[in-house]
Structure formats: C-alpha cells, structure tokens
Design a protein. Structure first.
Length: 487
C-alpha cells in the first residue's frame, strides 16, 4: 500500500480548497459563526476543519470510500487484518469490543485491574464478569497484569465463558504476557480482547513491548491520543482471525457510537499513521534513548525510585514500557498526590498520574531537549523542596488480598437495583450500587455488586482525606455510600 497517501487529510484539504458552503451541521459553518473570543483561544482552523464525513468530506453515494481507505492503510501499517476508527475514545471502544464477544447474560473473563470504562461496559452490556485478579505487588502497592495460568484456571472453572479481556500495559507501564494469554484462550477456542489503550506506539519499534496483533490477540483497542499523535478521543479497533466477526463488531460500534463522527479525529489518526510508517522507527528510537537518560537521571536523585525492569526480573510482569516512567516518591516523606500538586503549582509541570505512592510521566516522540530539561529540573526542585511540604496523615494502604471483594450481585443488577444512601460507618457488609474509583488512573476499588468492607472503606476514606479524587461516587467525599436497598 502507498503509505504516503492520507485519504482523510487529502479529502479535508480538497474540501477547503473548493470552498464548499455547507447548509447542514456543524452550525458554526466552518468557523463563520464562531465567537471570535473562542477562536482566539483554540484557533479558527479547528473550526475550518470540522466537517461532517458524509455529505462533506466523503459522499458515499459517489463511492469515494475515504474512511475505508484510511482504515485499510492503518491495518496494513500495524499488521492487522482490519482496522476501524472510533471517535469516542477507547472507553467506548472497549464497551463495543466486549459486546462483540459476549452478550447479555453471557460470561466474559475480565482483568480486575480494569479501567472504570470496563465496569461501565459490564453494566451497560449485561455480561456476567468472571474476574481474573491481577498479580499484586505488595512492596510497591501495584497491580500487574494477570498471567496465563490465572486465565487458564478461570477458563477451566467457567468453560462457557465467551472470551477474555486483558488490560495491558497498565497505567503504570507494566505489561502482560499477551502471547501466553492468547495461547490459553485459543486452546479453549475463545477470543482474546486486549485493551492496549496505552500501547498504540508498540508496533513501531522492536525495543518496545510486544504489540497485541503480533502476540496473536484477536481484537486490540488502542488510544492513539495517549501515546501517539492524534487528538483526544482518537481510538482504533484492530482485528484479526475469525473469532470475532468484523460485521458484528461494526454493528456493535454503530449501536454505541456517534452518528456525528469528528473529521478532526479521523484526520489526525490518518496523519499519525503516515508519520509512523515513514518516520516511526527513528522517532521512537529517539524517544527510547531520551527515556533511558531521564530514568537514569531520576534514579540518581535522592528519594526518587523509578520503576524499571526489576519487576520483570522479579516475575511480576512480562515487560515494561520504557516510555512510561513511574516514580515512587515515598522516600521523600510525601505522597504522589502531593508531588503532583507541587509540580503543577510551582513548576507548571503536569504529570500523567499519581497515587499514594508515586507519580508517572509519559514520554512520546513529541518530547525534545526542552521538555527533558524542564522535567528533570522540576524533579530536582521537588527533591530539594520536599522537606518543606506539610506532612499529612498517611493513606492507609491495605494488604492486596483486602482488595478482592466478594461479588454478591451482578454489576448490572446492583447498579439498577433500588438503592439507599448510608453513612460510611454503617456501610460495611452492604452491597455497593456504585463504582468507586480513585482517579487518575480510574481503576475501581469497588464495583457495583461487591460487598463493602471496613478495611476497604478505611483505605478509601483515608485517601479522600489526603486529597484523592473519587469523581464517580454519588458522594465524592465518601461520607455516605450508595448501596443496594434492603427488602
């Protein structure tokens, strides 16, 4: 295929060259009606490029097939049989992928360290989740992806399960043995879905962790906006083999997706694919060398411990994405949340994530000498200022086994059940009717249908007292809990 072509961008360029006047959405009419105060901030070209795909960029009645061409090029670039663009982010793509494999009432194996979007999909789709618990790292208080034997055990216990959803890499960069999990799933003749939201860059350099398609996964979802060069909400489904029907996947996407897809998302996905095919190896190589320098420099700073390949040597993870640098700050006597807030307030550096133990930074092909210097300078300043930060009561981190809660009801049943709100001190033993996710990264500690315990409540409430955000709870302060009403 000719990867110098960018069908969506070319169609957008031609649309603007022609100067078409549109008497349909969007109502701003390619910027004619936009408030100048808005254009001053985001730029008028954003609106000039905001065009409907149908009856705008691509009139399907004339069989231009602009989007199909772009998706075929994407599939070829990453070694998939089919690719589908999505403009609603991987949160929706994961829901679609799950629904393409298992329907209401059917079983699906799921990594319990999943993002809140997976829990939302379980509620929306009505599938019965069969949780595969992650490999907990007690020293670092991290959840690494489950291993092939964990998946095999759950498939033997539930031979009627329709497939497996594996999350890799995690928000902190540790990666699963995708090939091993794929082999287990295929032994049972079920598909493996990989939520590889953080791994869109993996196909473009051999020093990066294994790419899901190369590791024989059936369906892989990536968020190109996370580690690639497309704008927010840019997501792609990648498909191979015959365990998941492309027709079914497309129908499920039509069921959940928007009918007003953003040409901006399509265009930036198209352009990123061309950039990676033509220059990806060189760009990724530079990013990898930069990451090596930064990780080494961070490791030399007192009180900072960057996560590295030691977790692979310890058998806790199959691999680590070198472009994701998770930095433990506990030796400074502060939490990751305090570090993140200080860096933003005093150095105007926003990190990618933080929790009670660490912060994380994501490096991409977009980083350069300037961003490298700014990051390292900010971290040096954090170390120098750590003693001046107010010491707060610690977040009471539980033992890993405490986080494996009993599932008393299916998530959908609990979410839609009659509910009541009870004080936190009376919530232990009750069945949660809501998702409770410290954010970021947004991995639920409690899912609907799980039984609340004193120790989990103590952990969550100590986190809130410390500044952890719980945006999905009915009461973000967790003074009250939304639970299934008793008869």
């Amino acid at each position: 295929m000719d990867h110098s072509r960018v069908p969506v961008l070319e169609a957008l360029q031609e649309f603007r060259r022609r100067g078409d006047l549109v008497f349909g959405p969007p109502g701003h009419k390619q910027g004619r009606g936009v408030d100048p105060r808005v254009a001053d901030v985001v730029g008028l070209d954003v609106f000039r490029s905001d065009v409907l795909s149908l009856n705008g960029l691509d009139d399907r009645r004339q069989s231009q097939g602009m989007l199909d061409q772009a998706q075929d090029l994407m599939a070829d670039a990453v070694g998939a049989e089919r690719a589908f663009f999505s403009t609603c982010g991987s949160s929706l793509s994961v829901k679609t992928a799950m629904l393409a494999v298992a329907g209401p009432g059917e079983k699906l194996l799921l990594s319990r360290n999943a993002h809140k979007s997976v829990i939302a999909a379980v509620v929306v789709n009505g599938v019965e989740p069969i949780w595969v618990h992650p490999k907990f790292d007690a020293e670092r208080h991290l959840a690494h992806p489950p291993e092939p034997d964990d998946v095999r055990r759950r498939l033997l216990e539930h031979p009627d399960a329709k497939g497996m959803l594996l999350i890799t890499p995690t928000d902190w960069g540790t990666c699963a043995d995708v090939a091993g999990v794929a082999r287990v799933c295929h032994e049972f003749d079920v598909p493996l879905i990989v939520d590889e939201a953080w791994g869109a860059h993996f196909p473009f350099h051999p020093e990066l962790p294994a790419w899901g398609m190369d590791a024989e996964a059936d369906l892989v979802v990536t968020s190109v906006h996370k580690m690639g060069g497309a704008i927010e909400q840019s997501s792609v489904f990648h498909l191979q083999y015959d365990r998941v029907s492309p027709e079914v996947l497309k129908q499920r996407e039509d069921l959940l997706g928007t009918t007003s897809a953003s040409s901006l998302v399509y265009a930036t996905l198209d352009g990123w694919r061309r950039q990676m095919v033509e220059h990806g190896h060189v760009l990724m190589d530079a990013a990898l060398r930069r990451a090596e320098r930064i990780r080494s420099a961070v490791g030399d700073l007192p009180g900072l411990r960057p996560l590295g390949r030691e977790v692979v040597k310890e058998g806790l993870a199959a691999d680590v994405d070198p472009l994701k640098i998770a930095i433990d700050v506990r030796e400074l006597g502060i939490t990751g949340m305090q570090a993140a807030e200080w860096l933003r307030a005093h150095r105007h550096v926003d990190v990618g994530g933080s929790d009670a133990c660490r912060i994380s930074v994501s490096l991409t092909h977009a980083d350069d000498e300037e961003t490298e210097e700014v990051l390292l300078g900010a971290l040096r300043a954090l170390v120098a200022s750590a003693d001046s930060l107010e010491r707060q009561a610690p977040v009471r981190l539980p033992e890993p086994s405490v986080l494996e809660l009993e599932q008393a009801l299916l998530p959908r049943e609990a979410f839609f059940a009659p509910v009541e709100h009870v004080p936190a001190e009376h919530a232990a033993g009750r069945i949660s009717a809501e998702t409770i996710s410290p954010y970021p990264p947004g991995v639920p500690v409690v899912a609907p249908g799980e039984v609340l315990t004193d120790r989990v409540l103590d952990y969550l409430r100590s986190g809130v007292d410390h500044g952890v955000l719980i945006p999905d709870a009915a009461d973000p302060t967790l003074k009250t809990l939304r639970v299934v009403a008793r008869d």
